[in-house]
Design a protein around this ligand. Structure first.
Ligand code: NI
Length: 178
């Protein structure tokens, strides 16, 4: 079990376009997923992308199948490993929602996201994933996949009157480590 250091906004490694995974089911890839899992769990994250621990690969993990401490009102998202993802919009509808990021600790902001998406990719063994998602699930996928293109959620905030410190915006929230 290895809890890795999560890079913070300002680190140039968070701004790279990540490389696709070319070989699946390798010990190295399994070890990376274990580190992502351990690091995400230790930080109560809703998701984590490989670039956030300094690994330049198109690998994200999200969801844990149970309610998330940092987003207690959000629906449960299935635990997913998603590699080389492709997102397709199912329609043009957008919706706003609060987001935070382990690379932007202590802050939250309202971000517009596509409301309904299809996402495709591979799991750690190279098996295909092909799902449709909406609402918070779709939001998490878009947030994590943005990390693979060097995009952090503050870059998508449009209304900076709804961007600030978690402890001020949500005083009762048990999110001490974000
Ligand atoms: Ni993030």
């Amino acid at each position: 079990m290895t809890i890795r250091t999560i890079l913070k906004m300002g680190d140039a490694r968070l701004l790279r376009v990540a490389q696709p995974v070319t070989t699946f089911d390798t010990p190295e890839l399994h070890a990376l997923l274990q580190d992502l899992d351990d690091t995400m769990a230790a930080a109560n994250g809703a998701g984590l992308a490989a670039p956030q621990i300094g690994v330049d690969l198109q690998v994200v993990v999200f969801g844990n199948g149970t309610p998330n401490l940092r987003y207690p009102d959000a629906p449960v998202v299935p635990r997913t490993v998603l590699i080389n993802p492709v997102i397709t919009l199912l329609d043009n509808s957008m919706e706003e929602g609060w987001e935070g990021c382990l690379s932007v600790p202590g802050l939250r902001g309202v971000v517009p996201r596509h409301a309904r998406i299809r996402y495709q990719g591979f799991d750690v063994r190279g098996e295909r994933i092909d799902r449709e998602a909406s609402g918070f699930h779709a939001r998490v996928v878009q947030h994590e996949c943005d990390h693979l293109f060097g995009v952090l959620y503050p870059m998508r905030v449009r209304d900076f009157t709804r961007f600030g410190y978690t402890e001020v915006l949500f005083p009762g929230l048990d999110a001490t480590d974000d």
